[in-house]
Design a protein around this ligand. Structure first.
Ligand code: SF4
Length: 385
């Protein structure tokens, strides 16, 4: 199968154009069609000669994601469930900045993107790992999550029913669009790589996708506005530390001792806290950037005040801030969300230790907000048909 053009960097396209004997300035025009106008078919690239469009079509595919389901409403957390070409389902989550924090309607939008179909890491609180790992997402499938949400935002482009081949998911729309596509304003300005899958287990595709989403000719999202979240793959954290781009790092910690973390995250048996902490220190020395700990509070599992002192110690050592997230109940999993009193007590104890911490008063609680939950629910509904 031919590679999707959105998996290609500018340099790769320029080198292909040179090999074809085509003028290199055409690459700039094509990238504008892809990342400024966000077109979904070759025919929309109206300033590209037809013969060149034909050549492009023979060498590259131009896929779009099919929206299967969306939950949430404007200015709240919204979940998008996408179907890929192989019928796999993935989620992206759009999180507007909290208007209450700024006193006006939000103009900052964060997209949480997926990097794998399913997940092999089996964290005990997570719906994404419940049915195992299926495959890594390709570079273009990661990039396209951003473009598809931006198209949706301007009410233009999710594959119109008349254009998409029914049920084929990551389809190529036929060349039937008669009108030129307008330039679309940028909508997503922050990315968190925290959706379905362990991002650092799909390292090469993720890094290439982020380079495309960061590039001025591509997504134009600043590297400092991109946060990669990991369950704790120590060797890949070290590798990321050696990359030139300044991405932010978030660590899904969820337990401040090996004993507690082992209960929640099987990956801790492979990379226990000592090894993980050393990798994070290396990251921090190389990048000089603050790390974030994500800590899901689960009743009776990790919300005891006995976790506060070791958590504070780790946070001090790594100059990390702590995001406390009340657990979202997942069907089939036994754990529960702590009471609000218990949540606030944990936060207060952490603050008493002089740690910078926030407690997420969960925005997505009512929309199957836990990672992978919408996908799981939809797959089960489809299977029951
Ligand atoms: S939390 Fe992340 S790494 Fe853990 S099972 Fe879920 S998707 Fe995988």
């Amino acid at each position: 199968m031919s590679p999707d053009i959105k998996s290609q960097t500018k340099e790769e396209l320029e080198s292909q154009f040179k090999a074809w004997g085509e003028p290199v300035y055409r690459v700039t025009q094509i990238l504008e069609w892809l990342y400024v106008h966000r077109v979904t078919n070759w025919g929309a690239m109206t300033n590209i000669p037809k013969a060149l469009r034909q050549k492009l079509q023979e060498h590259y595919s131009l896929g779009v994601l099919e929206l299967v389901r969306k939950q949430g409403s404007r200015d709240t957390t919204q979940k998008f469930l996408w179907r890929l070409a192989d019928h796999s389902l993935i989620e992206s989550v759009l999180i507007p900045a909290n208007p209450a924090l700024y006193g006006e309607v939000s103009d900052r939008h964060t997209l949480c993107v997926s990097t794998q179909v399913g997940c092999a890491y089996g964290c005990k609180f997570c719906a994404s790992g419940l049915e195992g790992w299926k495959r890594n997402l390709s570079v273009d499938e990661i990039v396209e999550q951003v473009l598809a949400v931006e198209r949706w935002n301007t009410q233009q482009a999710l594959p119109r029913r008349s254009e998409a081949k029914a049920g084929t998911g990551h389809t190529e729309a036929p060349e039937t669009t008669p009108r030129p596509e307008p330039a679309l304003p940028r909508f997503i300005d922050n990315l968190v790589i925290m959706g379905m899958g362990e991002p650092l287990a799909n390292y090469d595709n993720l890094l290439k996708a982020l380079k495309i989403l960061n590039a001025p000719w591509g997504g134009g999202i600043g590297a400092r506005k991109i946060t990669i979240s990991t369950s704790g793959l120590a060797p890949q954290i070290r590798k990321l530390a050696d990359e030139p781009l300044q991405f932010r790092l978030a660590l899904s910690l969820h337990g401040a001792t090996d004993e507690t973390r082992n209960r929640i995250m099987p990956v801790n048996r492979k990379y226990p806290l000592k090894e993980l902490t050393a990798a994070c220190e290396y990251y921090q020395q190389n990048k000089g950037r603050m790390i974030t700990f994500e800590y899901i509070l689960i009743a009776g599992v990790n919300d005891g005040l006995d976790q506060v002192v070791p958590l504070a110690k780790l946070a001090r050592k790594l100059n990390a801030k702590v995001n406390l997230i009340p657990y979202n109940k997942v069907e089939d999993l036994p754990w529960e969300r702590p009471t609000e009193t218990a949540q606030e007590a944990f936060l207060a104890a952490l603050e008493k230790q002089k740690i910078t911490a926030t407690l997420r008063r969960e925005k997505g609680h009512d929309i199957d907000a836990a990672c992978g939950q919408l996908r799981l629910k939809t797959e089960r509904e489809l299977a029951a048909l």
